[in-house]
Design a protein around this ligand. Structure first.
Ligand SMILES: Cc1cc2nc3c(=O)[nH]c(=O)nc-3n(C[C@H](O)[C@H](O)[C@H](O)COP(=O)(O)OP(=O)(O)OC[C@H]3O[C@@H](n4cnc5c(N)ncnc54)[C@H](O)[C@@H]3O)c2cc1C
Length: 427
């Protein structure tokens, strides 16, 4: 197999990168599971935007403050300054953000934001954005999407990335030659027992990077979301109770139904406060009360959350729900520059699997979809401006090394977790 650009992952970052590349390039997008099974489809709250120039300083400061001032300031500046361009692309692709009667955007707010600056589509913003990107990508003759096709390794020649080893949907191991490879493999929630992420997101790109000596950044920066619906038996993905619910007025209570915290603290600080309260209460959860939100707003803005809770036996218009923190997001990743370039020539990384420290130590709510899109577009632009690649045949690859897929998966998970723990110990 041969392609100009191989994109690994069909979440918002991978699809948008594909759409920002020129029509005359042959683009192959592979995805480990079905196309709808990416975290991008799960995003509830929304996507931040610079709604007017007067909000720049406040948006910048909120992002830095949430990130404990460990953010790369240039990355943050680029993200905020590029936000309107990205939103305008999305609207052009047919994304429908919530608007008022005059057709102006409506903005919502989440924890640690000092302003309402988040665009949303009910509480299924990620589905709205990603399904439209997918529809547009499917219309493009030069973009081929291969589902249930897994990246097993990259192929290196003279220190450059020249292609990949993949497992196709028939269970066959194949090589694919690519001028450029873009890692858009999302987060690492599948490595954790409790996570809001899809289980197949296990940080494969990080394991492959470790194997090839490609630089990582802050792999120990893992975000725990303070509020997911507690279930004593659930072994599946934890269901997120979006932060925008708290932004719209939901309250948190201890076992005596008393408030114990400012609900709009940044995620890491709120998570700490909840864990402390759970220990004090000797409980596996705290209570979240959505009743302060007027019922019409609750049903209009958060229909997905209302319905999911109902399916689990909770009527959020009448009763509190039990919530507990769970792994949610990965601030670290494969180290990239401001154009998505990794430390290996011709290899790029975008989205949650990449890290240029835009989020610092802790991501501000609703900055992830935005960051994924902003830097995916910049990576596409960089690839497009790259001098022509000197075409050589692929070096020989011993495919027997990939015969035992289960053993490979176990090893990949192990080395990523070991790296996270090693960095944690060095702090
Ligand atoms: C429940 C939930 C709610 C969220 N809400 C918000 C929100 O409101 N606002 C916000 O900004 N962010 C939110 N986020 C975060 C945001 O959704 C993600 O950070 C973002 O969508 C990541 O996009 P991505 O393209 O990097 O990865 P993903 O969308 O996760 O896509 C990863 C892709 O990589 C593929 N893949 C993985 N490994 C391999 C492999 N080895 N071979 C081939 N393919 C592979 C997967 O199959 C998938 O297609 C939320 C996340 C979750 C889980």
């Amino acid at each position: 197999m041969e392609t100009d650009i191989l994109i690994v992952g069909s979440g918002c970052s991978g699809l948008y990168c594909a759409l920002c590349l020129p029509d005359d390039k042959k683009i192959t997008v592979i995805t480990k599971s079905a196309v709808e099974e990416s975290d991008s489809f799960l995003a509830q709250g929304g996507i931040c935007v610079l709604k007017d120039e007067s909000d720049f300083d406040s948006f910048f400061e909120d992002t830095l403050k949430a990130g404990h001032y460990e953010n790369d300031r240039e990355s943050v500046k680029i993200m905020i300054e590029s936000s309107r361009d990205v939103i305008s692309d999305l609207v052009g692709f047919g994304v429908d953000f919530c608007r008022d009667d005059d057709g102006n955007f409506r903005y919502t707010r989440e924890g640690a934001h000092s302003q309402s600056r988040i665009l949303y589509h009910k509480d299924i913003t990620g589905r709205e954005i990603t399904s439209k990107l997918l529809a547009r990508a499917r219309e493009r003759a030069n973009i081929k999407i291969l589902e249930n096709t897994t990246l097993l390794d990259i192929i290196e020649q003279s220190g450059e990335c020249v292609g990949a080893v993949i497992l196709n949907n028939h269970g066959e191991t194949k090589t694919i030659k690519a001028d450029f490879t873009v890692l858009a493999t999302g987060g690492i929630g599948g490595l954790f027992k409790h996570s809001t992420n899809f289980r197949h997101l296990t940080g494969d790109a990080l394991a492959i990077a470790l194997d090839h000596g490609i630089a990582l950044k802050n792999p120990d920066y893992v975000q725990i979301h303070p509020t997911t619906l507690y279930s004593p038996n659930d072994r599946d993905r934890c269901f997120l109770i979006s932060e925008s619910v708290r932004g719209e007025g939901a309250k948190l209570y201890n076992k005596n139904m008393e408030r114990f915290v400012d609900e709009l603290l940044p995620r890491d600080l709120l998570t700490k406060a909840i864990h402390k309260q759970m220990a004090l209460d000797g409980s596996n959860f705290v209570w979240e009360d959505l009743r302060p939100i007027p019922e019409d707003i609750l049903r209009e803005h958060f229909p997905n959350i209302v319905e999911h809770c109902r399916s689990k036996g909770y009527d959020v218009t009448k009763q509190c729900i039990p919530v507990v923190p769970a792994q949610h997001y990965f601030m670290g990743g494969v180290k990239i520059d401001h154009f998505g370039k990794t430390s290996m020539p011709n290899l790029y990384a975008v989205g949650e699997t990449a890290c240029n420290s835009v989020h610092g130590k802790n991501r501000l709510a609703s900055n992830s979809l935005l960051e994924s899109l902003v830097f995916a577009k910049r990576a596409a632009r960089d690839i497009n401006q790259h001098p022509a690649i000197d075409h050589r045949p692929l070096p020989p690859v011993d495919l027997n090394r990939y015969a035992d897929i289960k053993a490979l998966e176990r090893r990949y998970k192990k080395i990523v977790l070991e790296e996270i723990n090693r960095r944690n110990e060095n702090v």
